[in-house]
Ligand binder design. Sequence first.
Ligand code: NAD
Ligand code: UDP
Length: 336
Amino acid sequence: MPKVLVTGGAGYIGSHTCVELLNAGYEVVVMDNLCNSKAGVLDRIETITGKKPAFIEGDVRDYDAVKRALCGVDGVIHFAGLKAVGESVKKPLLYYDNNLGSTITLLQAMEEMGVNAIVFSSSATVYGDPATVPVKEDFPLSCASPYAYTKYMCERILEGACVANENLSALLLRYFNPIGAHESGIIGEDPNGIPNNLLPYIAKVAVGQLPKLTIFGDDYPTRDGTGVRDYIHVVDLAKGHVLAMDYALTHKGAEAINLGTGSGSSVLEVFHAFERACGRELPYMIGPRREGDVPEYFAETTKAKELLGWVAEKDIDDMCADTWRWQKGNPNGYEE
Ligand code: NAD
Ligand code: UDP
């Protein structure tokens, strides 16, 4: 079976993707500098799959280390990157250095080592505030933060590399809102500090570590006034990466592909789904809108279905039940 280098494979989406790659029979090498993750996740991947990925602790901006990591590798899934939108506004150079630097170094090392398939973690944030929904891959792109610009620029770098090297294949996967955890409850999302994102925040309220959820605005032009997003179960997303790797290994050129469910849920709908998952009412209050939030977006998913044969299978209740199982069993995440 082909061997895949997973950069950022100790992180949230990367660890779930390692599980699905190993289950599909791929050989997996993880490279991660652990700046936002813990090495203990690799043992947990082994608990789930019976196989432990090879692990290289290192930075993807380190050309020589990446070259060594690419020995015998057929394709790369590139998750490594910094992802906090607010932090990127305060520390833009850190974000440009890390996210662009790692992608350029990786592509240079891949060229040197003759590795011609890459799957890249992009984001629906490259669409900015779309004029209409559902959002299609050919919609105009616009960026509202340094983080979004790093995703936009990496996409252009990968496209340019595919023009220059006709053997190269690059899939630019634009994720909508990944949430949930592995159904075993053994791996999940473990954010540092107070979470910014909705689901980890609700989970911390449910486990008693935060007093209540503040809903950022209930006066949007949506069905209940709260913001609408396309939440996608992280295991569905991980399975999409396995299919994307299969595709990248057998095709040439660059393709941008949305990974979402194709329908949106409001903040209140997600909140009530989480209450069902944990079996009790949870406290919340309505607060002001959060700056920069758009009212509503969800994905057009036809391209993922046509090119990859991928559709999301899990619904909001699955996402909340799996998040709750993980959070309840691991109130302090990966810390023992
Ligand atoms: P994460 O922070 O859990 O995982 C990223 C991993 O990359 C971490 O383990 C971190 O230690 C590692 N890393 C960062 N910079 C590195 C470097 N220079 N060298 C080696 N390792 C490095 O994040 P995630 O949620 O799993 O996201 C994975 C990717 O998907 C990121 O590129 C992110 O921007 C993108 N993405 C995430 C979301 C989301 O909501 N989680 C949405 C859209 C896109
Ligand atoms: N949200 C909220 N309270 C929170 C965090 C998020 O009401 O504490 C809302 C937010 O306004 C948006 C939705 O939940 O409508 C999803 O936010 P998240 O930060 O998870 O994702 P993104 O804004 O990046 O789509």
